[in-house]
Design a protein around this ligand. Structure first.
Ligand code: ZN
Ligand code: ZN
Length: 330
């Protein structure tokens, strides 16, 4: 990681946090309105969705396919979440699946952080933000995201990242200005819809790396420490069913149980209904049952993973789509 990237990540963590403090101070002065909260909510949903649906389920795992213009649209929204360029994000995340909670995982709370309470706290801190100034962006793009490196659009989006940062902070300020006609409207739009929103998007995303590899429920046989964390389900737009996701990485649906709310999967199903999502990967109930820790039959599981998944698409047990797989991942 270069010095500039390190400073950029440091700024990306600290500045939104200062924004939250500024926002709280302004709240005491009653400088927040339903208008600012509405701008924040809309910006939150579209940029967090850019990460969960675009960067994660579409581009990293190829859980469904969609027309190119819509792919780029999702990649633009994901880039506006200020979590780094699209290819860097995909490469880091595929590396996470290739080495989950083992040596080489960019953000495991479990590897190399020492013992005891101090080791646990160090691990959680590292998985949440510490990795951003240590392991972030170090996954080899060509190895982990070769197909994106062949796509000029994604290469351009990943090389020149600043416009997305300007867009993600400029848009809420502009909306605030247009709605009020005042500079104060632009400022509070920027603070709430820009800084505070990015603060929440960041910490919810990072909680998937920290909390969802540390505490919560597990029911499938997996080689990692991933967990399902129900209270993070809605803010994370369904990504907190992270243990389900590690069990079936290519599944477009992470909330596999009836009450496991998964807004990102609802959007993908909606897109499918209007013909904008195809090849949506779903995991047949028998295959899920075979993978359960108890009641699961290892032989049946092995057989099931050798054949096809629920909708007849390619076997989908590793985190990386076959076309892009740098190595076989257990
Ligand atoms: Zn994980
Ligand atoms: Zn994943």
């Amino acid at each position: 990681m270069t010095r500039a990237e390190k400073s950029f990540n440091l700024a990306g963590v600290i500045i939104p946090f200062l924004g939250v403090i500024a926002a709280v101070v302004m709240l005491w002065d009653q400088f927040v309105s339903w208008r600012d909260l509405a701008i924040m909510a809309v910006m939150y949903v579209i940029t967090a969705g850019g990460i969960t649906i675009g960067f994660h389920r579409l581009l990293t795992h190829r859980s469904f396919s969609t027309p190119k213009w819509l792919e780029y649209g999702f990649a633009t929204l994901g880039s506006m979440a200020v979590q780094g360029p699209v290819i860097a994000w995909v490469a880091d995340h595929r590396k996470h699946h290739a080495h989950s909670d083992q040596e080489g995982d960019p953000h495991s709370p479990h590897t190399g952080h020492g013992d005891g309470v101090a080791g646990v706290l160090r691990g959680l801190y590292y998985a949440h933000v510490g990795w951003l100034w240590d392991d972030w962006g170090r996954a080899d793009w060509r190895k982990y995201a070769p197909e994106l490196c062949e796509d000029r659009g994604y290469v351009a989006m990943s090389r020149v990242y600043v416009p997305f940062v300007l867009l993600t902070f400029g848009l809420p300020a502009l909306i605030g200005y247009l709605l009020t006609g005042t500079a104060m409207g632009a400022l509070t739009g920027f603070i709430w819809g820009g800084l505070v929103r990015i603060f929440f998007v960041h910490h919810v995303t990072w909680s998937i790396n920290s909390v969802c590899h540390f505490t919560g429920r597990r029911r499938f046989e997996t080689d990692d420490e991933s967990t399902n964390v129900f209270w993070l389900a809605l803010p994370s737009l369904g990504e907190a069913w992270h243990h389900n996701h590690h069990a079936f990485p290519r599944s477009a649906v992470h909330g596999l149980g009836r009450w496991e709310l998964d807004p990102s999967a609802w959007v993908i199903s909606g897109l499918e209904r209007v013909g904008l999502a195809r090849n949506v990967v779903r995991i047949a109930p028998e295959r899920q049952a075979a993978r359960l820790v108890d009641g699961g039959d290892a032989a049946a599981h092995r057989q099931a993973t050798k054949t096809v998944n629920g909708n007849g698409a390619a076997p989908a047990d590793d985190g990386v789509p076959a076309a892009a797989a740098p190595e076989r991942v257990g």
